[in-house]
Each structure stands twice: as structure tokens, then as C-alpha cells.
Write a protein that binds this ligand. Structure first.
Ligand SMILES: Nc1nc2c(ncn2[C@@H]2O[C@H](COP(=O)(O)OP(=O)(O)OP(=O)(O)O)[C@@H](O)[C@H]2O)c(=O)[nH]1
Ligand SMILES: [Mg+2]
Length: 204
């Protein structure tokens, strides 16, 4: 038996500064971090995966302004382990002031500098519109850290007709690395991801 014990998922704290990131580091053994464009569904993913209403979701891009820290428990046979999940602010949100944007980018950069060895980075992209310019810049930025990285295409429920779904599948096949296609909002295709994530966390 292997499963996430959803009733035990918790929001722990909010981190807004580099000092707080450094202070929290010793508390983290293994973690996952959700990254991606603003509004792509990172917080929705946390809720779908770990517990309803754990993270704040909004239609307005730029909802998650700080690093939100969660813990979740995983059971494999009779062993239970606790892991950390970080919900990160999104990139590429145009409608905020330059000062605010710079503060988020700095916090994200601090996060990667400090946590790149601790985390599996789960990079969400929009299935309808993957590899947008700022996704590409993010990937380029992020590669230097050589962190573990999974690519997830979210909002597949928006691929409304057969031809859109076929086109997406063909696109997915052209990718060199393994990727997942899910709908966090409709909780579609989460089983394989959950099983792979548990295997990943337990083997590390
Ligand atoms: N149709 C559809 N909508 C989704 C899906 N996942 C998230 N959304 C919607 O997308 C919007 C943004 O979701 P969030 O989870 O707040 O996005 P985020 O990536 O955390 O955004 P920031 O915090 O701004 O970086 C919300 O209106 C969600 O309901 C999905 O799989 N399908
Ligand atoms: Mg969010």
C-alpha cells in the first residue's frame, strides 16, 4: 500500500524573505516545489494533490505572493514519512508594479539559490499554450541549478475536442523528457503522478 495521507496535510508557514528561507532550511529533509507562470494552477495543484482548500487559489494572476510552506505525509506499507511542499509565486504576471515584480523575482531567485538541492521542482505549464516565452526563459534560468525537474501540463480539461487532444498528444511525444498531462481543477490523471511521486520520494 502506498498513499498520501491527505487528512494530515498542513499549511505550516508563509515565507517572505531570504532570511526566513535560510532559517527554514534545516527543517526540510526532502521537498517538492511548485513553479510556473502565474495563474497556471500551482495552488490548485496543491489542493488537488494534498487537501482541498489548503492553498489559496484565484482567478486573478499573482495570488501567491510569498512562498507558502506545506507538509504532507506519505504511507508506504507500514512506514509513514513527512515531506515538505513549497507553493512558489508565479512568474510572468504583467499586471503588477515593477517594484512588486522585482520583489517576487528576488524571492524566487533566493529560493532556487538556497533550496535547489533539497527539492524536486514540479514545473507547471499550460497544456493549451505550453512553452511560452517566459516559460522558456524560466527553464533557461533554472537549468543552471541541475535540480531534479518534472514537467507537468495542466488544464488538459480545456482541450475541448478530439483534434485539440490529438495535437497535444503529438506535441507531448516530441519532448525528450517524460512529462505528465493533468487537470488539477478537475482532478484528472493524478494517479500516475501520485504513484511516481511517492516512488521518487521514498527512493531518495
Ligand atoms: N480549467 C482549469 N482551470 C484551472 C486548472 N487548474 C487551475 N485552474 C484555474 O486557474 C486559476 C489560477 O489557479 P491558481 O492555482 O491560483 O494558479 P497559480 O499558478 O497558483 O497562480 P499564482 O498564485 O498567481 O502564481 C484559477 O481560476 C483555477 O481555478 C485546471 O486544471 N483546469
Ligand atoms: Mg498560487
Amino acid at each position: 500500500m502506498k498513499q498520501i495521507l491527505r487528512a494530515n496535510s498542513r499549511h505550516i508557514t508563509t515565507i517572505a524573505t531570504e532570511i526566513q528561507l535560510i532559517e527554514y532550511l534545516p527543517k526540510v529533509d526532502q521537498a517538492i516545489a511548485l513553479c510556473g507562470r502565474s495563474n497556471v494552477g500551482k495552488s490548485t495543484f496543491i489542493n488537488a494533490f494534498f487537501k482541498n482548500n489548503l492553498a489559496r487559489v484565484s482567478n486573478t494572476p499573482g495570488k501567491t505572493k510569498e512562498v507558502q510552506v506545506f507538509t504532507f505525509e506519505v504511507q508506504v506499507e507500514d512506514e509513514i514519512k513527512t515531506f515538505t511542499a513549497f507553493d512558489l509565486p508565479g512568474y510572468g504576471h504583467a499586471k503588477v508594479s515593477k517594484t512588486e515584480r522585482a520583489r517576487w523575482d528576488l524571492l524566487l531567485d533566493n529560493f532556487f539559490q538556497i533550496y535547489h538541492e533539497k527539492c524536486l521542482f514540479i514545473h507547471l505549464m499550460d497544456a493549451l499554450n505550453p512553452f511560452q516565452k517566459n516559460d522558456e526563459s524560466f527553464i533557461k534560468y533554472f537549468r543552471r541549478f541541475h535540480s531534479d525537474y518534472w514537467m507537468i501540463f495542466n488544464k488538459v480539461d480545456k482541450l475541448k475536442n478530439q483534434s485539440a487532444r490529438a495535437k497535444f498528444k503529438n506535441f507531448q511525444k516530441t519532448l525528450k523528457n517524460k512529462s505528465y498531462a493533468i487537470s488539477a481543477d478537475k482532478k484528472q490523471n493524478l494517479e500516475l503522478l501520485e504513484s511516481d511521486l511517492i516512488d521518487y520520494l521514498f527512493k531518495n
